[in-house]
Design a protein around this ligand. Structure first.
Ligand SMILES: [Zn+2]
Length: 356
């Protein structure tokens, strides 16, 4: 079995990692991070689970990483993403697992964000001989298929020169994430909500000659967590897309690299089924957000006086060791570490790191 050096993986190592997951019948968790606390917690969880992992930033997450105080929001989205990637390049190898650095949904108005990150990526490549990010996503699923694939082809050609991979989206993931996505609308055109195998074949034909890519397919998945019954996952849609490409081009089994968006709150059986159809990446944002915030809530509740007084007004007890932000931020980090280890179990990635 292939082994890779621990740390951020890019280029042919990234392809090896994706292939290993598909062959091994597991998928990697992809977690949206917004700062060093969440990023480090993901690395810690991956190390504990002995799982390789995907770290990603939404445009809003990247802006937050750079700091809400920066007045140029666009610049902050670029700088924050670059800062997070550089942080990961420095630290990830010390956690002993393989880490993919990726950026999440970029719709039509965010194409310039991706292009600006590629400007930075090309400079990084020139200095270091490797890409800054392993991959980026372009989500033009709200546009026509012609526009979607045309732009994806244009961007992928630029990325492929550095050995980077592109994640595209076909069919609309329900729910909304960071201003990208759409409200769940029962009356929406069904063909938009469920990825059409013909579209996937078109994407395969157009992009395969250009470079490495993956497809976020819609099979009833939604962003966010809703009350049971609202989400009906139909993983067989993924199977149909794989089958059409496989039959048309006489490829091997599961030729497409598929991505599962909106994995939070999904049943384990549906996750396992989707992984069997070539899903190598599952995004879990909402569940890890809650896992981070919930322990802070408990900590504040249990130590409420320390969040009102530096010294107890009745008995003079000093509360420094409780309001020190490291106390509750560490509790939050542990929340992610625990939740993400469960996700690795659900995805079958625990104990499967190919870092050697
Ligand atoms: Zn998504």
């Amino acid at each position: 079995m292939a082994t890779l050096k621990p740390g951020v993986v890019t280029g042919k190592d990234y392809k090896t990692l994706v292939a290993a997951a598909k062959e091994g019948g597991y998928a990697l968790p992809a977690v949206n991070i917004t700062g060093t606390n969440t990023l480090n917690a993901v690395l810690e969880a991956a190390a504990k689970a002995k799982s390789d992992v995907i770290i990603q930033l939404s445009n809003g997450g990247a802006q937050f990483y750079a700091g809400q105080g920066l007045s140029d929001g666009f610049q902050a989205k670029v700088l924050g993403a670059v800062a997070a990637a550089q942080h990961a390049h420095l630290l990830a190898e010390h956690y002993g697992v393989c880490v993919v650095m990726h950026t999440d949904h970029a719709n039509k108005k965010l194409i310039p964000w991706v292009e600006a990150m590629l400007d930075e990526g090309e400079k990084f490549y020139e200095r270091n001989g490797k890409p800054l990010f392993s991959s980026h996503m372009l989500d033009l699923s709200e546009e026509t298929i012609e526009f979607n694939l045309g732009e994806c082809a244009r961007i992928l050609e630029r990325m492929a020169k550095m050995g980077m991979s592109l994640e595209i989206e076909l069919g609309v993931t329900g729910g909304e994430e960071d201003g990208v996505g759409s409200d769940i609308d029962e009356s929406a055109d069904n063909s938009k909500l469920y990825t059409q195998p013909d579209d996937v074949l078109q994407a395969y034909d157009r992009l395969t000659p250009l470079g490495h890519f993956s497809v976020a397919a819609s099979f009833g998945n939604v962003h966010g967590v809703y009350k049971p019954g609202n989400v009906k996952l139909r993983p067989e849609i993924l199977k149909n897309s794989q089958a059409l490409v496989e039959q048309t081009h006489s490829t091997g089994h599961n030729p497409l690299n598929l991505v599962f968006h909106g994995g939070s709150g999904s049943e384990k059986a549906k996750i396992t089924e989707a992984v069997g159809y070539g899903v190598f990446k599952m995004n879990i944002d909402t569940d890890t957000q809650f896992a981070f915030s919930q322990p802070i809530g408990s900590f504040v509740e249990e130590n409420s006086k320390a969040f009102k007084y530096q010294i107890d007004p009745d008995d003079g007890t000093p509360y420094k060791k409780f309001y020190d932000p490291r106390k509750y931020l560490r509790a939050a980090e542990v929340g992610i570490v625990t939740r993400l280890q469960e996700a690795c179990e659900d995805l079958g990635s625990n104990g499967k790191s190919i870092a050697g």
